[in-house]
Structures are given as structure tokens and as C-alpha cells.
Design a binder for this molecule. Structure first.
Ligand code: CLF
Ligand code: SF4
Length: 293
């Protein structure tokens, strides 16, 4: 039944600081920046920086190999005992770097079965990798889906690289959308807790957000996270107005009727470490090379 399902969700989620408001006071997360490549071109992205899908633009990260990511995990876990989640959120797309993503998770999982593993993706490769995601035991996946309309998508995404070809405009946005929809539904039906991130961009997709949330619900998503556009320097959207907290909260209030809304997102870096309210990544990056040989 529905209530059984939500009890299950809660059991799996009560230690996840992004999925649970209460958990974010108690537990820490760590991102492994093992995913440098991206397969799409978002206009809110400055490709020099972290993936805006799940992280704050304008902050560069060091990229780690799966082996160095595991070593870093060991150092961090020692210092942060309340670490509950290991997430892969860029700096590019977790699935466009699947071998790295998969290897980093497998390595850590072997000796840390209690860790919650989490991925963030633009969704383009979900139809391809969703079965492997489920197989790996990943129960928390974030998909950024900004619109249900390929014409709007064409204003947000310049192109999409898919199966060896480059698709521009509405065609590219249409492929991305189809794969997001298929992927979200597949994962949700397999019991994965899907969070749909939506970047709220004034006069581009803001009026469509309630429809995106309704669709996310229909596909079985667990919640949506409506995030403000932070106009990144050097991105196509650099000169767009930022979304205000007031507008953001009004939109969340409106959408809350349909689906649970995340309200404590910190738009983290791809190498964020610690509680959501703090970022200790510098601490670990500063000394990490001398700590691990
Ligand atoms: Fe990281 Fe994202 Fe997993 Fe959280 S972040 S991959 S779900 S472990 Fe969290 Fe950071 Fe917001 Fe993301 S506060 S940007 S929602
Ligand atoms: Fe940039 Fe992320 Fe978009 Fe790729 S998916 S272009 S890394 S914001």
C-alpha cells in the first residue's frame, strides 16, 4: 500500500541529509569529484566549473580517480564519523563517466556496506545505465529536469551528445527529455528514491515548473528540489536575473500541494564534504595529498 511504501522510503532515507530535513542536522555527506566529462551543454553552465545541476557554479574542483577518491573517503570518514552519504555530482555528469562512477562506488561499498550511495545526473544516459544503477544498490538518484517542452529545452540546452552524434536545439532537448522521463519512471518503479532538481529560470521555464512537478509525481519521483538560477560568469545565462528567494519559496509552496519539496538545498560543490550547513572540502583538499601517498 501507499503508506507501506512511504514507511520504506523513510527507512532508507532517514540518514540522508538531502532527502530528509531532520537528517541534515545529524548526518554529513561527501561528494567524490570523479566525473569530469559532460554530454550536454546547459546555458547556465560554465564548463570550467562544477555541474550546476547539483552544485554551485563558479567553484572549481579537483578531479579524482576512483582510487584517489577511495583514499580520500577513508581520510574523511576517519574525521567525520557522522558521514552517511557518498554522492557523485560532477563536476560533469555522473553517467557520462560511468566507469569512474561505478568503480569509485564499488571500491567504497566493499568495506562500507552501511554507506548510502547517491548520484546526480542530467538524465541523458539513464535509459542505458538505470539497470546497472539498481544492480549497484544505489537507492538515491537525482535527475535535473527543467521542462517538459522541447522548445523551452532548446532555450536551456545548446546541444546534446548522444550515441556518437551531436543534436542541437529542439531535437537535442527532445532526446534529453525522453530519456529523463523513461529513466525517472524506470528507477522509481525499481524502488529508487528519485529527486528531480529543477533550475528556476525567470521567463524561460518558471511558468512550466508546476507541470514538471506534476509529471515528476506521476512518474513516481520522491520529491522535487526547485533551485534558483545562479547566473554563472562565462555562461550563456550570465546576464539573466537571479531568481529571488521569495519567488523560489512561492513556487515551492505552490508545488508542495503535488509533491514533497526540498527546501534546505545548499547548491553544493562537486567536492563538498561535511554537513550541508558547512563545507569542509577545502580542509580535506588542502591536506589530502600529504595525508595519502
Ligand atoms: Fe550530493 Fe545531491 Fe546526493 Fe545530496 S547534494 S548528490 S542528493 S548527497 Fe543536497 Fe547539495 Fe542540494 Fe544536492 S544540498 S546540491 S540536493
Ligand atoms: Fe554543465 Fe551539468 Fe549541464 Fe553538463 S549537465 S552542461 S556539467 S550544468
Amino acid at each position: 500500500s501507499n503508506s507501506n511504501q512511504s514507511t520504506n522510503h523513510w527507512e532508507q532515507t532517514r540518514r540522508h541529509p538531502c532527502y530528509s530535513m531532520e537528517a541534515h542536522y545529524k548526518y554529513a555527506r561527501m561528494h567524490l569529484p570523479v566525473a569530469p566529462k559532460c554530454n550536454i551543454a546547459c546555458n547556465y553552465c560554465n564548463r570550467k566549473y562544477d555541474c550546476v545541476n547539483e552544485s554551485r557554479p563558479g567553484v572549481t574542483s579537483e578531479v579524482l580517480t576512483p582510487v584517489s577518491a577511495e583514499q580520500k573517503f577513508i581520510v574523511v570518514k576517519e574525521k567525520i564519523p557522522n558521514l552517511s552519504v557518498v554522492g557523485i555530482a560532477g563536476p560533469g555528469d555522473a553517467l557520462a563517466n560511468w566507469e569512474n562512477t561505478c568503480e569509485a562506488i564499488e571500491r567504497i561499498k566493499q568495506s562500507n556496506p552501511e554507506m548510502i550511495f547517491c548520484l546526480s545526473t542530467n538524465g541523458l544516459l539513464l535509459p542505458h545505465y538505470a539497470p546497472e544503477i539498481v544492480e549497484l544498490g544505489i537507492k538515491h538518484v537525482t535527475v535535473t529536469m527543467n521542462t517538459l517542452n522541447p522548445d523551452t529545452g532548446a532555450k536551456i540546452y545548446r546541444h546534446v551528445h548522444y550515441q556518437g552524434k551531436k543534436y542541437e536545439g529542439t531535437v537535442g532537448a527532445g532526446i534529453l527529455l525522453e530519456n529523463q522521463l523513461t529513466g525517472i519512471q524506470y528507477l522509481a518503479h525499481q524502488g529508487v528514491l528519485v529527486k528531480v532538481n529543477i533550475v528556476m529560470i525567470k521567463d524561460i521555464n518558471d511558468s512550466e515548473i508546476p507541470a514538471v512537478v506534476k509529471k515528476a509525481k506521476q512518474l513516481g519521483a520522491f520529491m522535487t528540489n526547485i533551485m534558483p538560477l545562479i547566473p554563472a560568469e562565462g555562461s550563456v545565462f550570465a546576464n539573466l536575473p537571479p531568481t529571488s528567494i521569495k519567488e523560489l519559496n512561492q513556487m515551492r509552496d505552490r508545488c508542495q500541494i503535488d509533491l514533497h519539496q526540498m527546501r534546505h538545498c545548499k547548491q553544493c560543490r562537486a567536492d563538498a564534504v561535511g554537513m550541508l550547513s558547512e563545507d569542509r572540502s577545502q580542509e580535506f583538499y588542502a591536506g589530502v595529498d600529504s595525508l595519502i601517498k
